[in-house]
Write a protein that binds this ligand. Sequence first.
Ligand code: AP5
Ligand code: MG
Length: 192
Amino acid sequence: MNIVIFGPPGAGKGTQSNLIVKKFKLHQLSTGELLRKEIKDKTNLGTQISSIIKTGNLVSDKIVGDLIEKYISNKIYKNRLIFDGYPRNLIQAKNLDNLLEKYDQKIDIVLKLSVTLQTIKKRILERKKLEKRADDSEEIAIKRFETYEHNIKPVIDFYEQSNLLKVINGEATITEISDEISGFIESIKGWL
Ligand code: AP5
Ligand code: MG
């Protein structure tokens, strides 16, 4: 079982991935978290990407593609990955298909969390009080939303065509969303 979860900033990708990981014993692969770790550890890559993240733009497809391949190629995670925040554009969606095929895997389900910009602003400003993310100001949250809107339409079309897409109302409560996602996962036959 490999799952893709996507949606705008603050949609609940991380929150829901966490719950799925616990319930179904999968591994969460959040490209945003991997990139933030590079910045925190002050690696060469971290220095290179820090200013891009702060402005709410996308890091290059090559950089994130290389990061995810490390996990896809690792047998420990084979058919146990939840992609949180990847893909974000059509190039990445196609790259993900190619990488999974290369390592004899596939995507089983794609979850899209839909939320309004108003909700996003509220959630991100709340989270800012608890976590110190460099990109969690209102201005950059709006910019991240615009980046998402600008790139995501072809990704939605791509997954609609392959019949994998489930659209979820991200405005519901965390538990309601989690129950809905669990239902989708459990309905896939022979997922283990
Ligand atoms: P990333 O870290 O993925 O950030 P994002 O997409 O902006 O999403 P967030 O992590 O802010 O939100 P989330 O959907 O995970 O929501 P969460 O569960 O935390 O990416 C950061 C940056 O890295 C990008 O801007 C880009 O620069 C770069 N990057 C990452 N991936 C890349 C890629 N593939 N290609 C290129 N660049 C890439 O929830 C938010 C808050 O709301 C929490 O406080 C939570 O408790 C609360 N909440 C969640 N669900 C609910 C609910 N149902 N009701 C009420 N509150 C809720
Ligand atoms: Mg997140």
